[in-house]
Design a protein around this ligand. Structure first.
Ligand SMILES: NC(=O)c1ccc[n+]([C@@H]2O[C@H](COP(=O)([O-])OP(=O)(O)OC[C@H]3O[C@@H](n4cnc5c(N)ncnc54)[C@H](OP(=O)(O)O)[C@@H]3O)[C@@H](O)[C@H]2O)c1
Length: 244
């Protein structure tokens, strides 16, 4: 990518962005969320088309995160829309366990995420929900509130009891937003592409606030990637030094 005068040199994110992952333990799992979005904060068009908002360097980074966690979790909306593999293919490393948060049992047994390739596979459902699953997929029943919501902190604790010490919440926006709102993310990696979609599905959505002073202001570092995307590595356990 051409660099203007004074522009930061593009680079792969340093290994240091993965250092915080080491803090994860089954009794206190480390949780990192990721979202890839356009400059105007969209993760897909109005039709749900999203392949690909980010460039190859951002995809490499996503696979590098997958290679460093015990498990990757997506919401059922993503599993239905994208039918993802959730494996590590673009970088060296082992594929993590695959988890789908599917409270109502909507995901078909034929979903790509459930194919048997040696990786652990787990579905998270509301208690009492039954739906067919392929052999070997573990089903975990979780309590839900009256609106059907499952507390993300309950999810993290339940996965810790299954031995998961490092968890990637890979999307979609609804799932990552709920983890963020619940205070269940330690870190958030937002990969911003210099693309303007102008309409479509928004990225993170939280409850309305009245003043900018109430906004979350995590300590963050930015890295310019090789093909022009920017990685924001946000530490949600630590606030940035004050605003204006
Ligand atoms: N740009 C990116 O980085 C990225 C990453 C992943 C996906 N995507 C895109 O995002 C779109 C899908 O995202 P999405 O936001 O619509 O769906 P999503 O987050 O993948 O899944 C949302 C669904 O998951 C369940 N869910 C999530 N958290 C829950 C909780 N705490 N309690 C209870 N249920 C919970 C609910 O299922 P029920 O409705 O069954 O209750 C909810 O409707 C697709 O277009 C995909 O291509 C983009």
């Amino acid at each position: 990518m051409p660099q203007g005068d004074g522009a930061a040199p593009a680079c792969a994110p340093p290994e240091a962005v993965f250092a915080p992952f080491a803090a994860g333990r089954p009794d206190a799992p480390f949780v990192v969320g990721q979202l890839g979005q356009s400059l105007d904060g969209r993760i897909a068009t109005v039709t749900g088309h999203s392949k690909y908002i980010n460039g190859t360097a951002a995809l490499d980074h996503l696979h590098a995160i997958r290679a460093r966690v015990d498990a990757v979790l997506v919401g059922v909306g993503t599993a239905l829309a994208d039918d993802p593999l959730l494996t590590v293919r673009r970088v060296p490393g082992r594929s993590p366990a695959r988890i789908v948060l599917d409270p109502g049992g909507r995901l078909p047994a034929a979903a790509a995420v459930w194919r048997a390739d040696g990786a652990r596979r787990i579905v998270l459902r509301r208690g009492g929900v039954e739906a067919p699953l392929p052999d070997g997929v573990e089903a975990v029943a979780l309590p839900a509130d009256d609106a059907g919501g499952v507390d993300p902190r309950t999810i993290v604790a339940a996965l810790g009891r299954l031995g998961i010490a490092r968890l990637l919440v890979e999307g979609g926006a609804d799932t990552v937003s709920r983890f963020l709102a619940a205070g269940a993310l330690d870190r958030l990696h937002v990969l911003v592409s210099p693309m303007l979609i102008g309409s479509g599905r928004p990225g993170l959505t939280l409850a309305p606030i009245d003043t900018v002073g109430e906004a979350l202001r995590p300590r963050a570092r930015a890295y310019l990637l090789a093909d022009g995307d920017v990685l924001f590595d946000c530490d949600l356990r630590s606030e940035a030094a004050g605003g204006a």
